[in-house]
Each structure stands twice: as C-alpha cells, then as structure tokens.
Design a protein around this ligand. Structure first.
Ligand code: GLU
Length: 420
C-alpha cells in the first residue's frame, strides 16, 4: 500500500483555490462562486464488517454530492488507507468540473472508504462493499447519484454493490452503478476508457503543438487501470515508447522501452513492476524527474509540488491521476513552457464511458466497442479543443482554461434554476 503521506497538501484547499483563481479570471458572480466552493451534501458512514477471523472491524466512509445543477451526480468510490473527507470533497468537486467540461448532463460526486484492500480477503472486501451500499443507498440511485470504480475498486466490487442495491429495492437496477462487468450491464470499452481518453488528448496536443510523438518517450507513475492502459494504448495509438513505470512499491527504467504485456505479466506474478528483468530501479519521485517527452502521472494527488516541479523535464504532462499537480507546481511548469493536459480533462474518458453505460442501461440496448470508442473520441476531441482555445484566448494555462469552460456551464445551470 502506498504511504498515506501526512504532509501531502490538503486537496480540498487546492480545489477551492483553483476555483477562486478561475472565478477571478472569468469574473464569476460572487454568490455563484461561494455556492460552488462547497459540496451540497455529505454522508459520513460507519461500517461494521465481519472479518474472516471472526472479529468485527469498524470502517469509516463517505459519499459526497458536490453539485447536481446539471443532472444526477456521478463519481467513483475509492478504497484507500489514506482516505480523508477533504480528499473526497476535492475529488467530488473535480468530478463536477469533469462532467461539465465534457458537456455530459451530470453533476459531480465521490465516495471513499478508509481501508487497506491489499490486506483484506475477497470475502472481507465483498462484505465491506455491501455494508457501504446499505448505508449510502438512501442517497444513490440512477436519478440521484451513480457511483463507479476509482482507486483500488474493480468491476467485481461494482457487481457486488449493484447486487446489494438491487436486493434492497426488490428489482434489478443495473444503472445504479457503472464500471460493471459486461455480464451485468457493463459497457464495452469501459475498461480502458480513462487511458484511451488521455491518449486521444495527447494525439490532439500533437496537432496543436505541431509535434510528432511517434517514438517519443513516456514515463508513467502508477500501474493500476489508468497506468497500464496508458502504456498499452500509448504504444498502439501514438507509437510512444514507455521507458519507465512505477507502482506503490517502486519503479523501473530502461532506455530501450518496456513491453506492456511482459511488464503486466511480471506484476501479476510478483505483485509489482519492481524487479522486471533488464531494468534499473527508480523511485516514484525519481520517475517524475526523468528526461522524457511525456510524463503521465496516473497514481494519487499531490505528487508534483513546488519542491520537485523545477526538476520535471517532460514538456508534455498527461494527468491521468486526479489532482497530481499543486497550484505552486502549476505556476512553475507554466513558466518552464510545459504543456499540461489537466486531470479533469485528461482522465475524463472513464466517466464519459460510464455515462454511455448509464444510457445503455436505461434503454437496455448495448453498443459495440467501435461505437463506444467513436463517441468517446468525439467527446474528448471536442472538449480538448474547447479547453485549448479558452486557454489561448485568456492567455492562461490549460487547467484554468478547463475551469473556465466547466464552471461557466455549471454557473449557467445554477443561475437558470434560480439558485443564485
Ligand atoms: N473514478 C473515475 C473518475 O475519477 C470515473 C468516475 C465514473 O466513471 O463515474 O473520473
């Protein structure tokens, strides 16, 4: 399990500060600004779970609905030992901006449970997942709030959660949750959607920057769902050469490039990428500072800070993680001329295909993978150019560009509804 790092900056303070900066640039109405600084609703839950050794352990979790002006809220559930209420608040805010920048008719939410899933058996994880749903059932549902996977939560966990909710209702409600297995109303293309969306953004960045990424080097921090598929699709779609990857146990580097299938097989066998033959070890921190063209943070928040940003050499940063870069680091990267594809644009492919999954569940008719990918591509490409153009127009960085596109849409809905 990665270190919960108590000195990590508070992500909710960062999320509010980013909004404040955008509000100043766009001269946002002060009442709407104040409303958008806070979650609308929060539920804190306490979960007693029977462990395999016969004892009962009490866990704590959250579900936070940040803003639903544009539609039912949406966002993943994280299982993490370092989970805090402020992390979930920040992630719920970023979900709000994520669905808005993609122009998806949803709001933003997030959930989390403080736990170490790596130290739990599948049975314990199942009982914890079901206990969580029994507590948050009062606030979720396809017309209210629809959870999904996030850090250390999987399609199997989504299946248990959907089952628990459906049992409570007395009928199947597949659309209550997304990221489900295909056999239970999941969508084709959801598995690699987060990374695929990021790779489409990189493809568009090539076009606006007039560069060619074929053969260019990439370093990926984090080797979960987003990181592994960024490795695979980066090679397949763009011809990127991934020279370094890492997970919570450490990283590996080789200038010759890493083969996706072989690294994944090694991780499946040993539990980590560390020790992959023919590579040099690098720490998670060192990986961020490697001399590569594309840096893809795909792990946790608060990784690129004022301390290490001056040593980041990559000119293109594709943020597949949520909140990897602090505002101080943003200013440093901007000065250095790096092109950052900000998190809630870069990693929006996941929620976009989640939205497609909701649509398919609602009319009980399922699309093939080609249709999912084509529609995802259109959504990502449109959003990428809206952000790039806004950043150019206001002479600001892409993150602020993304905020202006997203916040304008949420603000308009808030105003039209008569909330402020
Ligand atoms: N957890 C993912 C995210 O941060 C996906 C959310 C969803 O599919 O609802 O965007």
């Amino acid at each position: 399990m990665s270190d919960p790092n108590p000195v990590r900056p508070n992500p909710f303070t960062i999320a509010q500060r980013q909004l404040d900066d955008a509000a100043a640039i766009m001269k946002l109405d002060p009442a709407i600004h104040e409303l958008l600084r806070w979650p609308l609703r929060e539920l804190h839950v306490t979960l007693p779970v029977k462990m395999d050794d016969g004892t009962t352990k009490v866990f704590h979790g959250f579900r936070i609905q940040y803003n639903d002006a544009r539609g039912p809220t949406k966002g993943g559930i994280r299982f993490h030992i370092g989970e805090t209420v402020d992390t979930v608040r920040a992630l719920a805010a970023w979900m709000t901006w994520k669905v808005a920048v993609m122009d998806i008719p949803l709001g933003g939410a997030k959930g989390g449970i403080i736990c170490n899933p790596k130290a739990m058996s599948p049975g314990e994880i199942e009982r914890l997942s079901r206990a969580y749903i029994r507590q948050v059932a009062r606030m979720i549902g396809l017309e209210k709030d629809v959870p999904a996977p996030d850090v250390y939560t999987t399609p199997q966990i989504m299946a248990w959660m959907m089952d628990e909710f459906s049992m409570m209702q007395g009928y199947n409600e597949f659309g209550v949750i997304t990221g489900k297995p295909l056999a239970l109303g999941g969508s084709q293309g959801r598995g690699d959607a987060t990374a695929r969306g990021g790779v489409y953004c990189l493809r568009e960045a090539q076009n606006v920057l007039g560069i060619n990424l074929k053969g260019a080097t990439q370093a990926i921090q984090g080797y979960g769902n987003a990181g592994t598929f960024a490795h695979k699709l980066g090679a397949e779609i763009l011809g990127l050469k991934t020279v370094a990857v890492s997970d919570s146990k450490g990283g590996i580097y080789t200038p010759d490039g890493l083969d996706y299938e072989k690294v994944l097989e090694h991780k499946k066998k040993t539990g980590s990428v560390v020790g992959f033959p023919g590579t040099k070890p690098v720490s998670n921190k060192e990986l961020l500072e490697l001399d590569v063209t594309v840096l893809t943070p795909a792990a946790l928040d608060g990784e690129i800070t004022a301390e290490n940003a001056p040593r980041v050499k990559a000119k293109l940063i594709a943020e597949l993680a949520n909140g990897p870069t602090t505002p101080e680091a943003d200013a440093i990267l901007q000065k250095a001329g790096s092109y950052v594809i900000p998190d809630f644009l870069c990693n929006a492919g996941g929620v976009t295909v989640s939205y497609f999954e909701m649509v398919q569940n609602a009319y009980d008719y399922y699309w093939d993978e080609e249709r999912v990918q084509r529609r995802l591509d259109k959504k990502m490409t449109t959003a990428f150019h809206a952000v790039h153009e806004t950043a150019r127009k206001y002479k600001i960085n892409n993150r602020m560009g993304a905020y202006i596109v997203a916040v304008s849409r949420v603000a308009e809905a808030v105003r039209l509804r008569g909330w402020a």
